[in-house]
Design a protein around this ligand. Structure first.
Ligand code: SAM
Length: 342
C-alpha cells in the first residue's frame, strides 16, 4: 500500500466507524448491548475486526475499550501494513472516543478457536467486567489471544439460556463458560462446562463466581455447576448416561493438543461429534451445534437416525453488528414421537 493509498483507507475507516456507530446506536440502546462489533472487514484493503467493550475495571471504574484484530491483507502484510495498523489505532480512538491506550491491536493470521496456553505479561492486559443481559463476564484485552467473549454468539447464548430453564446443560468446548453462566442465570438446574485448557477452565470458574454461581460447592447430588478440564471427545466417549437436556457444541475448526487423545477437524469430525452429543442427551434433549469454519457444510445427519430433526438457526443467531455470517448454527433434536417413546 502506498502512502496516499494508506491515507485514503484510513480516512475511509474513520468515516465507516462513525457511520456504523450511528447505525448501531438505536439497536444497542433497545437491546442494552454494551459489547459489539463496530467494523467487520468493511473495507477490503483494511481487513480489520474492531470490537468495542464497555464495562468496569475490577476496581469499579467505568471504561470503554476496543480490540482491533488485523488480518493479513490478500496481497500480503509486511512492514508498511504494520504501520497502517498502528495508524488505525489512532483513527479508532478518535472516531469512537476511546483513549488510545485502550485500543488493543493484534496481528493475526488465523481464525478464532485455537487453543492458547500460558499467562500473558500482566502489564499489557486490561481486565474488564462487562454486562451481557443479566450476566457479568470477565474480558481481557491486549493479550495474545481472544478476549474471552465471542460476540457473534450473543443471541445464541440467550436462546440456549431460555431453552435451559429448569434443565441440565452440557457445554462442550466451553471456553470461558459464557453459555453456562447465561444458562445458570436463566435457571438451568445444572451446567457442566468442558474445556481442554487450564487457563480457560479457570476463567470459566471466575465467570461463574462473578455471577455468584458456585462452581465448586458440592451438594448431596454433587456440584450443580461443574467446570471440567478435559478433552471433549474423550468426555463424550466415556459418558455412558443420557443425562443432559441441552448440549452446546461450539468446537474450534481445528484442534491439535498434546493433552487431547486425538486431533480434531470440524469438517471431518462433526457428524461423529453431533451423534455423540445426541447419545448423551435425554430423549427430548437438544443439541446446539455451531461452527465458525468459513464455508462449513453440515453433513447428512440421516445416518444418526431417521428421527433426527435439524433446524438451521444461523439467520436467527447472527447478530446485526456482524456484516457477514460469522458462524453457522443448528438446533438438532429427535422428533417428538420418538422422544416421548424413548
Ligand atoms: C471456539 S472456542 C469455543 C467457544 C465457546 N463455545 C464460546 O462460545 O465461548 C474453542 C475452545 O475449545 C477448546 N478446545 C479445543 N480443543 C478441545 C478439545 N479437544 N476438548 C475440549 N476443549 C477443546 C479450546 O480450549 C477453546 O476454549
Amino acid at each position: 500500500m502506498t502512502a496516499p493509498e494508506a491515507a485514503r483507507s484510513l480516512a475511509a475507516l474513520a468515516n465507516r466507524l462513525r457511520k456504523n456507530e450511528a447505525r448501531l446506536r438505536s439497536w444497542r440502546s433497545r437491546e442494552g448491548v454494551t459489547c459489539y462489533r463496530v467494523y467487520d472487514r468493511d473495507i477490503p484493503e483494511l481487513p480489520l475486526q474492531i470490537d468495542v467493550f464497555e464495562g468496569t475495571t475490577p476496581e469499579g471504574e467505568p471504561l470503554r475499550a476496543a480490540s482491533l484484530v488485523a488480518f493479513a491483507p490478500r496481497h500480503g502484510g509486511g512492514a508498511a501494513y504494520d504501520d497502517v495498523v498502528t495508524a488505525a489505532v489512532a483513527v479508532v480512538a478518535g472516531a469512537l472516543s476511546i483513549h488510545q491506550a485502550h485500543v488493543f491491536p493484534q496481528l493475526r493470521e488465523r481464525e478464532r478457536g485455537g487453543e492458547v496456553e500460558g499467562e500473558d505479561a500482566a502489564a499489557s492486559v486490561l481486565s474488564l467486567i462487562v454486562r451481557e443481559g443479566p450476566a457479568r463476564l470477565l474480558v481481557k484485552l491486549g493479550a495474545r489471544r481472544d478476549p474471552g467473549l465471542f460476540l457473534d454468539h450473543r443471541t445464541t447464548r440467550r436462546l440456549v439460556a431460555q431453552e435451559s430453564q429448569g434443565l441440565s446443560l452440557l457445554n462442550l468446548f466451553a471456553y470461558t463458560g459464557s453459555f453456562s453462566v447465561q444458562a445458570a442465570l436463566a435457571g438451568a438446574s445444572s451446567t457442566t462446562s468442558v474445556d481442554l485448557s487450564l487457563q480457560t477452565t479457570r476463567w470459566a470458574e471466575e465467570n461463574l463466581a462473578l455471577n455468584r454461581i458456585d462452581a465448586r460447592g458440592v451438594g448431596p447430588a454433587g456440584p450443580a455447576h461443574r467446570v471440567l478440564r478435559a478433552d471433549a471427545l474423550a468426555f463424550l466417549q466415556e459418558e455412558t448416561e443420557a443425562a443432559y437436556d441441552v448440549v452446546v457444541v461450539d468446537p474450534p475448526s481445528f484442534s491439535r493438543s498434546r493433552r487431547a487423545q486425538q486431533d480434531f477437524d470440524v469438517a471431518r469430525d462433526h457428524l461423529w461429534l453431533i451423534g455423540a452429543a445426541l447419545r448423551v442427551c435425554r430423549p427430548a434433549g437438544v443439541v446446539w451445534f455451531s461452527s465458525n469454519l468459513r464455508g462449513f457444510r453440515l453433513g447428512d445427519l440421516a445416518g444418526l437416525g431417521q428421527d433426527v430433526v435439524v433446524d438451521d438457526v444461523t439467520a436467527r443467531t447472527c447478530p446485526p453488528d456482524f456484516q457477514r455470517s460469522p458462524h453457522c448454527a443448528f438446533r438438532i433434536s429427535r422428533s417428538i414421537k420418538s422422544a416421548t417413546r424413548g
